[in-house]
Design a protein around this ligand. Structure first.
Ligand SMILES: *[C@@H]1O[C@H](CO)[C@@H](O)[C@H](O)[C@H]1NC(C)=O
Ligand SMILES: *[C@@H]1O[C@H](CO)[C@@H](O)[C@H](O)[C@H]1NC(C)=O
Ligand SMILES: *[C@@H]1O[C@H](CO)[C@@H](O)[C@H](O)[C@H]1NC(C)=O
Ligand SMILES: *[C@@H]1O[C@H](CO)[C@@H](O)[C@H](O)[C@H]1NC(C)=O
Ligand SMILES: *[C@@H]1O[C@H](CO)[C@@H](O)[C@H](O)[C@H]1NC(C)=O
Ligand SMILES: *[C@@H]1O[C@H](CO)[C@@H](O)[C@H](O)[C@H]1NC(C)=O
Ligand SMILES: *[C@@H]1O[C@H](CO)[C@@H](O)[C@H](O)[C@H]1NC(C)=O
Ligand SMILES: *[C@@H]1O[C@H](CO)[C@@H](O)[C@H](O)[C@H]1NC(C)=O
Ligand SMILES: *[C@@H]1O[C@H](CO)[C@@H](O)[C@H](O)[C@H]1NC(C)=O
Ligand SMILES: *[C@@H]1O[C@H](CO)[C@@H](O)[C@H](O)[C@H]1NC(C)=O
Ligand SMILES: *[C@@H]1O[C@H](CO)[C@@H](O)[C@H](O)[C@H]1NC(C)=O
Length: 787
């Protein structure tokens, strides 16, 4: 419960700590929040908690230590079995778009792609189907979804793993994904909590003279933490997420996995989180201190990845309890937090054993190094793909964003002479795993722990050939970007006479690295210029891990542009479905494409010869990232957040507002006991907005109406002019009218008041804007919540 005494205590401690503040800037240290709250089984977990208690009561102290400490084994993360109790251990596997360490598994569209679909149903189904594969392979915990990084900087190397820099869209996608995953009995682990907005120096390093250079510190003010970075994590807790992974970076100088303010405070007290906090792999930097700050499980359990014995947890927990440094009650709470979701999801009842193939694909250890015995007697090389390719293809198509379409270029109308250009069009050439850094081959996924091991990929060229064959068309191709940019003389008919030239571009992004450019890779811009100079119907498709600037967007011969992000294994089929109009494009941008790279004002901090505490990133832009910044600064952009074309047209009409609360609302939410997610009053609907959307064009397609809230002028400065607070995806046949209803909660119309430490509804007049993107507003209305 958010009692006032908790906040008074934390604020008082903040004031005390201020004297010793780190000097540069106005950010302080994270205020201490102790002790770590106990789980109580809130949110319907009471009977599972009782089972966890019964389990706990049978453990020795050594077993308790073992239950919260990873060990080498067949999975990315392993909690050892306790055969005496019929407990088979826990298998934690990467990652958010595939069970990475597996054969005969599917590779799904990335988080960013899923978000670009703006389709709650498909996002949920992606969660269901990816989790079915984890379960089939015997993985109890899926290390996903990724809700941070949010994409503060356009250069962030992992932005594609997550959903969107908009907290509302990100939060909806997070909630839908978790519900999907856990509906099949697999634990979701939402990550990375919190502020892990750059990869560069995300971990500490050792300088050439042997000094420890601390990891980057994300210095974030309280309002920004609440309204932006923790928003989707609140939604995750509300969705009943089993675990939360704390991140590598520091926050206001203290490591995220031992930050009592964000773990004990925001997560476990304010949001009422009932599950366990697990460290990112190697993100634990202390034992007792981290445990008291709220960390519940250490992964992979050893300080470095090869050691079998050395962990800040493990035996050190036993010693610390025995010598009186650590209360055994806190260790008991850790076990309850780990085992309650396990029982809640019935993982004690016939959960599949780990597929032995996992152990051969494990990059962290080989069997000879293991200390514990795991049950690897189940069937090996299980094929868990079922018919998941169908959803992967559908979601890939549904998430493709049509950015430009002139001269009726798309959909294609049975073109006879087709040119395909670019190194992203063809099949993978070097491997089916870690596909990104190579010159030749399509790019359906990014790199790092969030990648997938393909069992097959449908490259765009193959899918185009198969489709063109039906029309008796001739497909010519040059996949070498250098050659296609300089010498088209081998084409017959020549480029000038082709009906369409399809150019496939790719942009690699990976964990551990940030991007140093927002341009497409492999001189893709020059390739487009060269093709467009010769072909007046040049259509560009990008496969990318995030934002690309598109200098060719205004070229008259570039008739269409499609952003397909990372669509997974059915990449070619998904794009062909859209190109030929078998699926009409209904993806929308989950971020903004600016006119110029220099319009993106938030860089990655990259220091040379830094001192031990020099990696400081002050989030001074506060709430103003992505469209919120461009709107606030009145900057023109190329393609705004929420934008995307269709093969049809839509209109919006009849916007009306219903005051559900029925009278004057209180400025602050009525005090109520916290449920998972926070004060339940924050999630009560206070306002209902309805409107009608009509398909005014000639083909069936889905509209994506979006509702933006403009706060009254009484809000504190630097509030974004418009904030997404509702969206829907409405399939409509020509002429059809659909009703859309947006239910706004108290949180949706509040800001975080740092003095009151509460969500406050501001005085004055709100502007509600309804449209088809953040800048294509068709209807608006005003509303006063406190009048
Ligand atoms: C960081 O410091 C700022 C300024 O003192 C404070 O508002 C904020 O709550 C702190 N954030 C964290 C995560 O400690
Ligand atoms: C948690 O529960 C234990 C008893 O199991 C109790 O000793 C401890 O004070 C409780 N901690 C909190 C923060 O309530
Ligand atoms: C206990 O933690 C220390 C680091 O503080 C580590 O060096 C040591 O190996 C750990 N001991 C065990 C038994 O894991
Ligand atoms: C108790 O054990 C912990 C973990 O090994 C150690 O860090 C701490 O210094 C010990 N305290 C005492 C008083 O022995
Ligand atoms: C797996 O099978 C082996 C050999 O049949 C057997 O010795 C072992 O006990 C089994 N392991 C488990 C955990 O069931
Ligand atoms: C790509 O084309 C360039 C220019 O024609 C040529 O020099 C290069 O060898 C080609 N690369 C491959 C892999 O064939
Ligand atoms: C594009 O080129 C083709 C083939 O030369 C020609 O038939 C067509 O009219 C041109 N289209 C435009 C819009 O210039
Ligand atoms: C950071 O600097 C290093 C060394 O100069 C460079 O290799 C790297 O690309 C830079 N990173 C970014 C994100 O610019
Ligand atoms: C457009 O393509 C045609 C060939 O169809 C070419 O003649 C013309 O120069 C191109 N336009 C530009 C601006 O490159
Ligand atoms: C982009 O910005 C840079 C730096 O401000 C400027 O030099 C360049 O001309 C701009 N490019 C475009 C296409 O506006
Ligand atoms: C943006 O435009 C609005 C309305 O014209 C104006 O009030 C505001 O001051 C401008 N903001 C900036 C940062 O220029």
């Amino acid at each position: 419960m958010v009692t006032s005494s908790y906040w008074v205590v934390s604020l008082a401690l903040l004031a005390c700590g201020a004297a010793a503040q780190w000097q540069s800037g106005s950010y302080g240290y994270s205020p201490p929040v102790y002790p770590s709250p106990n789980t109580t089984g809130l949110g319907g977990w009471q009977s599972a908690l009782a089972k966890a208690d019964a389990f706990l009561s049978q453990l020795t102290l050594d077993e308790k230590a073992q239950m919260v400490t990873g060990t080498l084994g067949p999975c990315t993360g392993n909690i050892p079995p306790i055969p005496r109790l019929g407990f088979n251990g826990l298998c934690l596997q990467d990652g958010p778009l595939a069970i990475r360490q597996a054969d005969f598994a599917s590779v799904f569209p990335a988080g960013l792609t899923a978000a670009a679909s703006w389709d709650r149903g498909l996002i949920y189904q992606r969660g269901v189907e990816v989790a079915e594969e984890f379960k089939g392979k015997g993985a109890h915990v899926m290390l996903g979804p990724v809700s941070g990084p949010m994409g503060r900087s356009a250069y962030g190397g992992r932005n594609w793993e997550g959903f969107s820099p908009d907290p509302y869209l990100n939060g909806v996608a997070t909630e839908r994904t978790i519900k999907g995953i856990q509906s099949v009995g697999v634990q979701a682990c939402v990550k990375h909590y919190i502020g892990n907005e750059q990869e560069t120096q995300r971990n500490p390093s050792i300088s050439s003279d042997g000094q420890t250079i601390e990891a980057v510190s994300s210095n974030i003010d309280d309002r920004t933490i609440h309204e932006l970075y923790s928003w989707p994590f609140a939604d995750a807790v509300r969705a009943g997420v089993s675990s939360v992974m704390c991140s590598y970076n520091r926050l206001n100088q203290s490591y995220a996995c031992q930050n009592s303010y964000t773990l004990n405070g925001i997560l476990k007290t304010e949001f009422g989180f009932q599950g366990y906090v697990v460290s990112d792999w190697g993100a634990t930097h202390s034992g007792v201190a981290a445990i008291e700050a709220g960390l519940d499980m250490d992964m992979p359990g050893s300080i470095d990845f090869t050691s079998t014995t050395s962990s800040f947890f493990g035996q050190n927990i036993t010693i610390a309890v025995e010598n009186g440094t650590l209360a055994e009650e806190r260790v008991d709470d850790m076990i309850r937090r780990v085992m309650t979701p396990y029982f809640y999801l019935n993982q004690d009842q016939g959960f599949p054993t780990v597929d032995p193939s996992s152990m051969y694909l494990n990059g962290f250890s080989s069997e000879s190094e293991w200390v514990y015995q795991f049950d690897l007697n189940g069937t090996s090389n299980r094929d868990v793909r079922a018919n998941h390719a169908a959803l992967i293809r559908e979601l890939g198509a549904s998430a493709t964003v049509l950015l430009k379409n002139t001269n009726g270029a798309l959909p294609l109308k049975a073109p006879k002479y087709i040119g395909v250009f670019g190194n992203d069009a063809g099949d993978l050439t070097n491997s089916l795993y870690f596909v990104g850094q190579y010159e030749y081959g399509t790019l359906p996924v990014g790199g790092g722990s969030g990648t997938g091991r393909f069992s097959y990929v449908v490259p765009p060229l193959d899918a185009i050939k198969a489709r063109a064959k039906k029309d008796g068309a001739l497909v010519q191709y040059i996949l070498n970007n250098t050659m296609a940019s300089t010498d088209l003389s081998t084409l017959y008919p020549p480029a000038q006479e082709l009906d369409v030239c399809l150019v496939f571009l790719k942009t690699w992004a990976s964990e551990s690295y940030d991007r140093s450019s927002l341009e497409v890779d492999w001189d893709g811009n020059a390739l487009v210029e060269a093709i467009a100079a010769n072909c007046n119907n040049t259509i560009v498709v990008t496969h990318s891990g995030g934002i690309n600037v598109l200098p060719f967007a205004t070229h008259p011969n570039v008739t269409a542009i499609l952003a397909a992000h990372y669509p997974g294994e059915e990449s070619g089929n998904s794009i062909v479905d859209v190109l030929y109009g078998d699926v009409n494009p209904s993806g929308r941008l989950p971020y903004t494409i600016a006119l110029n790279e220099s319009d993106y004002t938030i860089p990655i901090l990259n220091l040379t010869n830094p001192g031990p505490n020099d990696w400081q990133v002050d989030f001074t832009e506060s709430l103003l990232i992505d469209y919120r910044y461009f709107d606030y600064a009145n900057k023109s952009v190329l393609y705004e957040f929420g934008y995307g074309l269709s093969y049809t047209t839509f209109s919006l009409a009849g916007m009306s507002i219903e005051d559900v609360a029925g009278g004057r609302l209180s400025e602050l939410p009525p005090a109520q006991a916290v449920v998972p997610g926070g004060n339940p009053a924050l999630f009560e609907t206070v306002l209902k907005v309805t409107a009608h959307v009509r398909n005014t064009g000639g083909v069936a397609d889905a509209a994506v109406p979006q509702l933006y809230v403009g706060m009254p002028s009484s809000v504190p400065p630097r509030t974004p002019p418009k904030q997404l607070r509702g969206f829907d995806k409405v399939p409509l046949v020509p002429g059809e009218v659909g009703k859309v209803v947006f239910e706004l909660t108290r949180r949706d119309v509040s800001y975080w008041d740092v003095e009151a430490q509460q969500w406050r509804i501001p005085e004055g007049t709100f502007t509600l804007s309804l449209g088809f993107s953040s800048r294509d507003i068709r209807q608006s209305a005003t509303f006063c919540a406190l009048c």
